[in-house]
Design a protein around this ligand. Structure first.
Ligand SMILES: Cc1ncc(COP(=O)(O)O)c(C=O)c1O
Length: 357
């Protein structure tokens, strides 16, 4: 009897040469070389500013129109930034509702509940936000979370809809937490940066710079109260984000444009291979417009995930963890040889076990 796979924690950090992991969303590519060079001379082992090093905040501020270094808090990845944002929003209104587009990144409902708020949902229509549905579902909410390009759907939201949501929320004082960790991995258009008095932008060095284990991210907002609350909470929890991590992140930013441009080609090639490969297998899925995920429909996704793992050495994530109980999520942050081999094994599975479900 095999052990049941109850959550992504079962797979995180697992890997041997025979496994093909379409599981966790960690880029396999090396970070910009400048990041490593920092290590040769780095000697700062004291506490740093809780808000984050001024040099890094200044460099990031240049990427956002009208931003100042004091509008940022440098965090342990986007994960801590989302947690701080949620707890800052909840501080004088615990029990508030937060709207999550569904399917969602699997941590979001937990981030909301851990801040003593209540997750409520607006279902995406073919991977897209519907403004009419949003207006109905956002009623009574204190905040909403947007993730475009999205994990797990791979879709990008229409700019017109984002703008309408932006003004709707601005007029009513609803916070928007915009998780833009995939903003540089977008195949269909330029990223649209949401902005407004109550917008909290989340980003990190995990995806764009392939530095996820380093744990450097940030939140950016013009809402001074949110910044003050976040810094105050962080001073009692994780304190400063790793200084060597911040120095490496700053060095990586110096090579940003060339690095992002050279990777765009690689991601597009992988996206095409994965999408066409899955269509050839007869699977029903949305064409990825950003990030590095596909979310095809599957019969009995939990059983499929188990059989793929135990019989074919393929890691996939159960769609149920993302609020998509009729689907499986595949990450294609893998080289093309592995994607080819993975698709070959999925094909074998579809012709054998799956055909009997
Ligand atoms: C949508 C989304 N937000 C946040 C995160 C967490 O990012 P970080 O590694 O910067 O904490 C991930 C990681 O997969 C993600 O996909």
């Amino acid at each position: 009897m095999h052990e049941r796979i109850a959550s992504p924690a079962f797979f995180i950090g697992k890997g041997d040469e025979t496994l093909i992991s379409f599981g966790s969303g960690q880029p396999d590519l090396p970070p910009p070389p400048a990041a490593y060079k920092v290590l040769e001379h780095f000697k700062s082992f004291k506490y740093g500013l809780v808000q984050g090093e001024e040099s890094l905040r200044s460099a990031i501020a240049k990427e956002y129109p009208f931003a100042e270094p004091e509008d940022f808090v440098i965090t342990n990845g986007a994960s801590e930034a989302i947690d701080l944002a949620m707890r800052a929003i909840a501080q004088d209104a615990p029990g508030s509702k937060v709207l999550l587009p569904r399917p969602y990144y699997y941590s979001y409902p937990h981030n909301v509940s851990l801040a003593w708020m209540i997750p409520v949902y607006t279902d995406l229509e073919n991977g897209k936000l519907s403004f009419e549905r949003f207006v109905r579902d956002v009623e009574g909410c204190r905040a909403m979370l947007i993730n475009s390009p999205s994990n797990p759907t791979g879709t990008v939201q229409d700019i017109e809809v984002l703008k309408k949501i932006e003004s709707y929320c601005e007029e009513r004082g609803i916070y928007i937490v915009s998780d833009e960790v995939y903003k540089d991995l977008i195949y269909v258009r330029e990223n649209y940066l949401l902005h407004g008095k109550r917008v909290i932008t989340i980003n990190s060095f995990s995806k764009t710079y392939a530095m996820c284990g380093l744990r450097v991210g940030y939140l950016y907002t013009k809402d001074r109260e949110v910044i003050e609350r976040a810094v105050e909470m962080k001073s009692h929890t994780s304190m400063n984000t790793s200084l060597v991590g911040q120095a490496m992140a700053l060095a990586a930013m110096g090579e940003r444009d060339a690095y992002v441009a050279s990777h765009a080609k690689i991601w597009r090639e992988r996206r095409d291979l994965m999408y066409r490969g899955m269509l050839d297998l007869g699977l029903d899925l949305w064409e990825p417009e950003g990030a590095f995920y596909v979310l095809p429909k599957f019969k009995n996704p939990e059983r499929s995930m188990h059989d793929l793992y135990y019989n074919y050495k393929i890691i996939t994530y159960n769609g149920e963890w993302f609020g998509a109980p009729d689907r499986l999520r595949f990450s294609y942050a893998l080289d093309t040889d592995k994607i080819h081999e993975g698709l070959r094994r999925v094909k074998e599975f579809l012709g054998k076990e799956y055909a009997t479900y």
